[in-house]
Ligand binder design. Structure first.
Ligand code: FMN
Length: 253
């Protein structure tokens, strides 16, 4: 069987940009169902589908989540805020129903990774589906600033944790696209390329990003990508994540 090429999908993927300003317009139920159905079409490890999606539309809950995410207004102003959860609760329960206790497996680092990867793949499918419908999205990793509060608000049982959220809605702006690392810096043939071999490409990219930031901030921010990343990442963050995960039923054995 031949599958027809679909260059429109490539165009869509390569046109992505995060949207942080949304129009005050709800997405329709059929569009939402289309997004979730497309998300579900993502592959999952052993077909375990170890994720759940919580669609938050209640303004009070959205307001709280916006706060928990570090005061990110788009969480409140978007049409639907989806929380993508890694979910081993369902698997544990169906095993128990069959008289099988799978605590040791569920508590392994491997299963934590399986559930996290499943949730991430589903989320990116949702993102592409939303963009295909003319909607905009932005991920919200900021939810992990207050993981305990988020888990409590969403009434997450043990074995479920919020990986990230995603704002979806009608775009209120179309920002410039953010340039990506050059292909030479991230794609290697047959074996890994050490830093020294790709560094010149990183230097070139640094200048591209400096120009991007300067343009975006009307000449105020003159910073390379290397500087931005080092500044952002030099201090450990969210150091309560390990204990949160453990208490949430992911002790990472
Ligand atoms: C897992 C994840 C978490 C993110 N969390 C946030 C966030 O909390 N707030 C935000 O404004 N953007 C967030 N982003 C969006 C990134 O900042 C954005 O994708 C990146 O800067 C590239 O820009 P682009 O998506 O416009 O190409 C997140 C992206 C990912 C993949």
């Amino acid at each position: 069987m031949n599958v027809e090429p679909n260059p429109d999908v490539l165009k869509l993927l390569q046109n992505h940009r995060s949207i942080r300003k949304f129009r005050d317009q709800k997405i329709s139920d059929p569009d939402l169902v289309n997004i979730i159905t497309s998300a579900q079409a993502a592959p999952s490890s052993s077909h375990g589908q170890s994720y759940s999606i919580i669609g938050v539309t209640d303004p009070i809950r959205k307001k709280k989540l916006a706060e928990y995410a570090g005061s990110q207004p788009q969480v409140e102003s978007c049409s639907h805020f989806l929380v993508f959860c890694a979910d081993l609760y369902r698997l544990e329960k169906i095993a128990l129903q069959q008289g099988v206790n799978m605590t040791a497996a569920i508590e392994s680092t491997e299963m934590f990774m399986v559930a996290t990867i499943d949730a991430a793949l589903v989320a990116q499918n949702a993102a592409i589906a939303a963009e295909a419908l003319g909607l905009g999205i932005v991920y919200t990793g900021g939810l992990r600033n207050h993981p305990y509060e988020v888990a409590q608000l969403l009434e997450l049982p043990k074995r479920v944790y919020p990986v990230f959220g995603m704002c979806i809605g009608y775009p209120g702006e179309i920002p410039d696209q953010k340039p990506r690392l050059p292909l030479e810096a991230i794609y290697f043939e047959n074996k890994y390329k050490r830093f020294e071999e790709v560094n010149k490409h990183l230097h070139q990219y640094d200048e591209i990003m400096r120009a991007y930031y300067l343009n975006r901030t009307h000449g105020i921010r003159s910073e390379t990508w290397s500087e931005t990343m080092t500044n952002k990442r030099k201090r450990p963050r969210r150091m309560n994540m390990k204990s949160f995960l453990s208490e949430q039923g992911f002790p990472l054995a």
